[in-house]
Design a protein around this ligand. Structure first.
Ligand SMILES: Nc1ncnc2c1ncn2[C@@H]1O[C@H](COP(=O)(O)OP(=O)(O)OP(=O)(O)O)[C@@H](O)[C@H]1O
Ligand SMILES: [Mg+2]
Length: 403
């Protein structure tokens, strides 16, 4: 099938690079946090590298975090998220590069002379101290008057929703409550920067979701600049103003949750955030690729040379279901990028199905398609004759160079 693109021709989306340049210098305007004054960053990570012996844990990290912004460091296990957070806190010394906070170079300052509060995955509370003693610990060490400490502790207990628990010990509290204490303790000295390392990952799903929104509301209310580490993409997308996707010690992409999800700049980011189908393709023309004997039109200009191998990507929810073959008429089938597929398996998701299908044609590629429940109800999945007509809308297809 052929198709003349009616969509605006833009540059290729593929910006993957082996030795990434300082990513933050490449941030496009659409990556900028909404509602953030892009004057001076509050926190600047400048060319940070970290090696443990011969192992390189972080390479050329450049990142600006603006006042009041909530930034999530997201990536698979071992990609360097905690190492970067610990360098920001001074708990780890960078091999090279600088950390600037509030306009001051803090790269070589000890932890005690930096201005941050931190919450870890394991609540790390003092087991022999009560809730109020845990929260007031830092203020007490600063030698603040008792009445001031008590007033601040009371205020924080209210703020994190722990009224009536001031005299309990950590062992008498649930995981979610302990994490609230840890958060209150991190905020007690009114730090300029809040650092969170997987603060919710030890909690069960319901508590985690509740605390997610509580933390984001609290963060916005206090306006405190926050950097949170997580390997949970749903957490990052729902909480952050901007997400920093990391892979093997470097920054793969920085952007708003929307931007990262809609415009991933590499197959790695596309695969890590949400679900993405990948198909092997070959470039036929500047707006056309083929997958086996199926020709697909693309909504953007393909910059890779003709005949080169590319990866075609599309999200399961972006694939349109046109109907069962036999039940639909030819005008629908004549649309661009219509494929016929056979069902392999179904996964019931409650609000719909995630359907694994094989494309007819010589590629026999398998892809996942999201079918909302009202559409799925009309399909006779049990019939061996069941063949689905699907459309891959040209404007929703992404093309990446094959590595
Ligand atoms: N003190 C250390 N000595 C040697 N290697 C280390 C040290 N700390 C971290 N690493 C290594 O550096 C890499 C990054 O570790 P880091 O803890 O930053 O990962 P992470 O992204 O936080 O992972 P996770 O999601 O599992 O917590 C890992 O390969 C880890 O083994
Ligand atoms: Mg970690």
């Amino acid at each position: 099938m052929t198709y003349s693109s009616e969509f605006p021709v833009t540059t290729s989306q593929s910006q993957t690079h082996q030795n990434p340049p300082p990513i933050d210098r490449l941030i496009q305007p659409q990556n900028q946090p909404i509602g953030t004054n892009l004057g001076e960053p509050y926190l600047r990570i400048e060319g940070v590298n970290k090696s443990f012996g011969s192992f390189v844990a972080l390479r050329e990290i450049y990142l600006d975090v603006y006042p009041g912004e909530f930034v999530c460091l997201l990536g698979p296990s071992g990609c360097g998220k905690t190492t970067l957070l610990r360098i920001i806190a001074g708990l780890e010394q960078q091999t090279s590069g600088r950390v600037i906070q509030g306009g001051k170079d803090v790269s070589n300052l000890p932890t005690s002379r930096r201005d941050f509060g931190i919450v870890f995955q394991s609540y790390a509370l003092f087991p022999n101290l009560t809730v109020e003693q845990n929260i007031g610990y830092g203020l007490h060490n600063e030698g603040r008057p008792k009445s001031e400490i008590q007033a601040k502790v009371n205020e924080l207990i209210d703020l994190v929703g722990l009224e009536g628990n001031a005299h309990k010990y950590p062992s008498q509290m649930s995981g979610g409550q302990q994490q609230r204490v840890a958060l209150a303790r991190a905020l007690a000295q009114s730090p300029g920067l809040l650092l969170l390392d997987e603060p919710l990952s030890a909690l069960d799903a319901k508590v985690r979701e509740k605390l997610r929104s509580e933390i984001t509301h609290l963060q916005k209310r206090l306006g405190i600049t926050t950097v949170m580490v997580t390997h949970d993409q749903a957490e990052a997308l729902s909480m952050a103003d901007r997400v920093v996707v990391m892979d093997k010690g470097y920054i793969a992409q920085v952007g708003t949750p929307h931007n990262i999800y809609q415009e991933p700049n590499s197959p790695f980011v596309a695969n890590f955030i949400g679900i993405m189908n990948f198909l092997k393709g070959i470039v036929l023309a500047s707006n056309q690729v083929c997958c086996g004997n199926i020709t697909l039109s693309t909504g953007v200009q393909v910059l890779e040379p003709i005949h080169s191998n590319v990866t075609i990507a599309i999200r399961p929810e972006d694939i349109k279901f046109l109907g069962e073959v036999g039940a639909i008429s030819s005008p629908l089938l004549d649309r661009p990028n219509v494929l016929i597929a056979n069902i392999n398996s179904l996964e019931f998701l409650g609000a719909g199905y995630l359907v694994n299908v094989s494309l007819e044609g010589d590629s026999r590629e398998e892809i996942l398609v999201n079918l909302p429940i009202e559409i799925a109800r009309k399909i006779n999945f049990n019939s061996s004759q069941c063949r689905l007509a699907l459309q891959l809308p040209p404007e929703l297809i992404k093309i990446f160079p094959t590595a």
